[in-house]
Design a protein around this ligand. Sequence first.
Ligand code: B1M
Length: 241
Amino acid sequence: MSCVGVEILLIDSLLCYPIKVVIMQEEQTVLSKLGEAVKSFDEEAAVEAAKEALKIEMDPLEAIEKGLTKGMREVGDLYERGEVFIPHLVAAAEAMSSAIEVFEPEILARKAKRKVLGKVVIGTVAGDIHDIGKNLVSCLLTAAGFEVHDVGKDVSTEKFIEKAKEVEADVIGASTLMTVTAPEQKELADAIAKSGLKAKLVYIVGGAAVTPQWAEEIKAVYAPDANSAVKAIKGLLETRK
Ligand code: B1M
């Protein structure tokens, strides 16, 4: 590269550096607003902060993970320490869900237009009504090009199997956030084994109560978050063709 070229590059990066810093500061402010809105159970503020995030063209997933989810984890910790109670959890969940609704169209707009990558049946296991994380996984899978059949929360093993047979699923995904309901994932694993469903079917589990060890024990695939769930499913379906 000529000296003039190097000079232009240098000037360019010197000029861009302050702009990048300003953008990062803006993003940090919005992330704090998202987290604070969830922690203060403020649905309106959460929606406003989500709209602000979109306005400054933040990655919606980053905003959800580093803003909303971070705030929700802190609320969960306060609940565990007896500093907030169920109505607070409900209000925090409502704030988070409403903000996610603002992000969803943007996430889905990024959907690649190509043939369906596979059919996924997903739900939260019987006895468990936590569905924010599961909804996020559903949304990302849809955006990635999967045909998603979301059977909802508190779903019996029979309903998972019935739906998977009906749609000829390639994947069953089960979410759970509570240790008391984690055994439902094992029940589902056993039912899948006996069901006569596709031999190459991928069974994937996730949720705050799930560990890689538990997934291994029940012979399921583990994903710690929505993004890795999409990556794992894509990779496995590709290799199992
Ligand atoms: Co409850 N709750 N809650 N709760 N709640 C937890 C889970 C808890 C850890 C709180 C605590 O004690 N610290 C605790 C469980 C303890 C345990 O078993 N270890 C708990 C409890 C005890 C309860 C009740 C029993 C309380 C009561 O009534 N006494 C009750 C349960 C009722 C029932 O289900 N039968 C209850 C109720 C509720 C609300 C209804 C008030 C509300 C849920 C609202 C809703 O979901 N619509 C609620 C909330 C909000 C929480 C916390 C605070 C936050 C959960 C959340 O939405 N996180 C939670 C504390 C915590 O998790 N630290 C807590 C944000 C979400 C994005 O994360 O769902 O983990 P998460 O999803 C992640 C990953 O896990 C992953 O991807 C997502 C991120 O990308 N993932 C998957 C999730 N599913 C996946 C599936 C996959 C792959 C990845 O493949 C299929």
